[in-house]
Ligand binder design. Structure first.
Ligand code: NAD
Length: 257
């Protein structure tokens, strides 16, 4: 049985993944702002370092898989900069900090949660994506704050997907037998898209998101994809971005690959 770490484990996709992996007999270490094994704020460098230290201790320094689910949605009331800090730097810095523990597993897997908004939402800020990929957190937060949450969201998730593509093939990761992959979910029914804190008018607008399948996804359906990607059945996947969106990406980009 494996030891898996899940950020954002207290809610939505993270909680569903925690439940799936735990019921399969694995040890799951959850990281979130509250109600998890490790309580940490991944929006700050200090919070990320504290989370890495705590997880390393609880796992005895060996982690077979990491799932980065913690995130703020486009309809959150947080400033765009905070959203970028959690969604991009909270995943990338935390994964990098855990690399020694992942390497010790000798065949680990990291899955980050990107988004289908990366290919469906127009006008994504190239400057914000570039600042993320350059590791310039101060500049990225500044641009995120100027942009506000709705445009900052797809930029943070595009940067995350491109980070996976760039880093997955580098010696620091695959050379240490650590696979990096991403899932790009479409509209999933969780508190992020259907919670009580959302502006009702904006939340209603999400109903117009085109989903050929005819309904929103369920968190359990993303958890099933994540279980595959962190597990032994996906050992050939390295640097892949898997869309799990009921057909939205195929509908909107039929000849674009
Ligand atoms: P959710 O709101 O149910 O869960 C997000 C979790 O992240 C929460 O438990 C929250 O406490 C945690 N979190 C937020 N800020 C944090 C911080 N500073 N430090 C630590 N934890 C923090 O949302 P969800 O829908 O389950 O989203 C999970 C992931 O999937 C997110 O990254 C989200 O962007 C992504 N995603 C969701 C959808 C969707 O339609 N729901 C679509 C595409 C991608």
């Amino acid at each position: 049985m494996a030891t898996y770490v899940i950020t954002g484990a207290a809610s939505g996709i993270g909680a569903a993944t925690d439940q799936l992996l735990t019921s399969a007999g694995h040890t799951v270490i959850g990281v979130d702002l509250a109600n998890t094994d490790v309580v940490a704020d991944l929006s700050t460098p200090e919070g990320r370092s504290a989370a890495v230290a705590a997880v390393t201790e609880v796992s005895d320094g060996v982690v077979h898989g990491l799932v980065c689910c913690a995130g703020l949605g486009p309809l959150s009331h947080a400033p765009g900069g905070t959203l970028v800090a959690v969604n991009y730097f909270g995943a990338v810095e935390f994964a990098t900090g855990l690399r020694p523990a992942l390497e010790r597993a000798e065949g680990a897997s990291v899955v980050v949660i990107s988004s289908s908004s990366t290919t469906t939402q127009p006008g994504i800020s190239e400057h914000l994506v570039a600042a993320c990929l350059d590791g310039d957190e101060a500049r990225a937060l500044e641009l995120g704050n100027e942009a506000t949450a709705i445009p900052a969201y797809p930029a943070s998730k595009l940067a995350l997907a491109w980070w996976v593509r760039r880093e997955a093939v580098r010696a620091e990761w695959i050379g240490r037998k650590i696979r990096l992959n991403a899932v790009a979910p479409g509209m999933i029914d969780t508190p992020m898209t259907n919670g009580p804190d959302l502006d009702p008018a904006l939340a209603k607008a999400l109903d117009f998101y085109p989903v050929p399948l005819g309904r929103r996804g369920r968190p359990e359906e993303i958890a099933a994809v994540v279980e595959f990607l962190v597990g032994p059945g996906s050992t050939l996947l390295c640097g892949s971005v898997v869309f799990a969106d009921g057909g939205t990406d195929a509908l909107l980009r039929q000849q674009d690959w």
